[in-house]
Write a protein that binds this ligand. Structure first.
Ligand code: GDP
Length: 371
């Protein structure tokens, strides 16, 4: 795919302002699904822990097609305290959708992510959602957003942000509150015309910064990121540049892109797209994948160090064994080490006691259920 036909955007929203409903609606109206396929409800909150809490904490990718253009939508954590994580995600996109509830207005929790987006020169589009809510005041909320942008040092171009008014719930969008209700078309069109195509060189030597990792029981570690240059194919030999400058060679196994909610295997990925690949077992965030003939490292914002440490040990209290299925230290150990494959901000250390483990992480990212 020619990268002129790609747009990469991140979505920023306070919890419950309608991010999931909006993405569901974009998927429905972009017809990425065959008629007989159902759009799973609550797309972006699919992680169980998140569902339980009703918050979205992991960055995930979805893509929608409109008018021959592939729009990759990257989720951002709705919290302020994930410094490195937010920046990594924002570096893969050229613009952001700031989604604000037309009734509640701007909320302080999205401030940090928005500030980082503006500082990275990303183009914002403001979506005022829930315009159907009785008592909502879209005009006032737009003024609030403008004030917030000024406070956060947005540049003139960013202050000139386009606004799209939506009711994700009713599936409608419009550019002016006085306009007739339409479908999501005006939002798709605004994204395509406002956000630039990724400035990536498709013909250059392969280069990609690993901005996230995923894990799959069958293929192992999966690297996620935007392909900066060239192409990536299964079977290709690549050089991995570690953060300390050391290099090693590895072989790409499977290459994936996103289609709707699905991750699909492809024969070749092209620069500009947000992709995933397997094959390098110890790949990590912040490492650069290069063509072995052109080893050039990309600078990277480091991951925040853990802020909380706690000890996990086997329950040796009087009620031990009465509740729960997995109770031995081997189960705890396996579960913690499995989590390490996915959660880059986690550290697990074995302690002097055989059945205790010291776990360090960053607050909410560290939620682990043992089952
Ligand atoms: P998220 O936390 O930002 O992903 O928010 P959700 O998409 O889960 O929406 C939170 C709640 O707001 C749900 O009950 C939705 O049905 C509701 N909601 C989402 N969009 C709209 C809208 O446009 N109008 C109204 N009235 N409710 C909405």
């Amino acid at each position: 795919m020619n990268n002129k036909n790609i747009r990469n955007i991140a979505i920023i929203a306070h919890v419950d302002h309608g991010k999931t409903t909006l993405v569901d609606e974009l998927l429905k109206q972009s017809h990425v699904f065959r008629e007989n396929e159902q759009v799973a409800e609550r797309v972006m909150d699919s992680n169980d822990i998140e569902k339980e809490r009703g918050i979205t904490i992991l960055a995930k990718n979805t893509s929608v097609m409109y008018d021959g253009v592939k729009i990759n939508i990257v989720d951002t954590p709705g919290h302020a305290d994930f410094g490195g994580e937010v920046e990594r995600v924002l570096k893969t996109v050229d613009g952001v959708l700031l989604l604000v509830d037309a009734f509640e207005g701007t909320m302080p929790q999205t401030r940090e992510v928005l500030k980082k987006s503006l500082a990275l020169n990303l183009k914002p589009i403001v979506v005022i959602n829930k315009i159907d809510r009785p008592g909502s005041n879209p005009a006032k909320v737009v003024d609030e957003v403008l004030e917030l942008f000024i406070e956060l040092d947005a540049n003139d171009e960013q202050l000139d942000f386009p606004v799209v008014y939506t009711s994700a719930k009713l599936g409608i969008a419009k550019l002016n509150m006085n306009d007739k209700d339409g479908g999501m078309d005006c939002l798709f069109k605004t994204i395509i015309s406002t956000i630039e195509a990724p400035n990536c060189d498709e013909d250059g030597p392969t280069q990609m910064l690993v901005s996230n990792i995923d894990y799959d029981d069958y293929v192992g570690r999966i690297a996620v990121g935007r392909l900066e240059r060239g192409s990536l194919k299964p079977g290709m030999t690549v050089t991995v540049c570690k953060k300390d400058g050391k290099t090693s060679n590895g072989k790409v196994a499977k290459v994936y892109t996103h289609r709707g909610l699905d991750k699909v295997e492809i024969a070749e990925a092209k620069a500009g797209d947000i992709i995933e690949f397997s094959g390098i077992p110890d790949i990590n965030i912040g490492e650069t994948i290069c063509d072995p003939e052109h080893v050039e490292k990309i600078d990277f914002v480091d991951i925040d160090e853990p802020t909380v440490t706690m000890t996990f040990s086997v329950n040796n209290g009087p009620l031990a064994g009465r509740e729960g299925e997995f109770v031995t230290s081997r189960h705890i150990r396996d579960r913690l080490f499995k989590e390490l494959e996915r959660n880059v901000s986690l550290r697990v250390t074995e302690t002097a006691q055989a059945d205790s483990f010291e776990v360090a992480g960053r607050r909410r990212t560290t939620s682990i259920s043992i089952n």
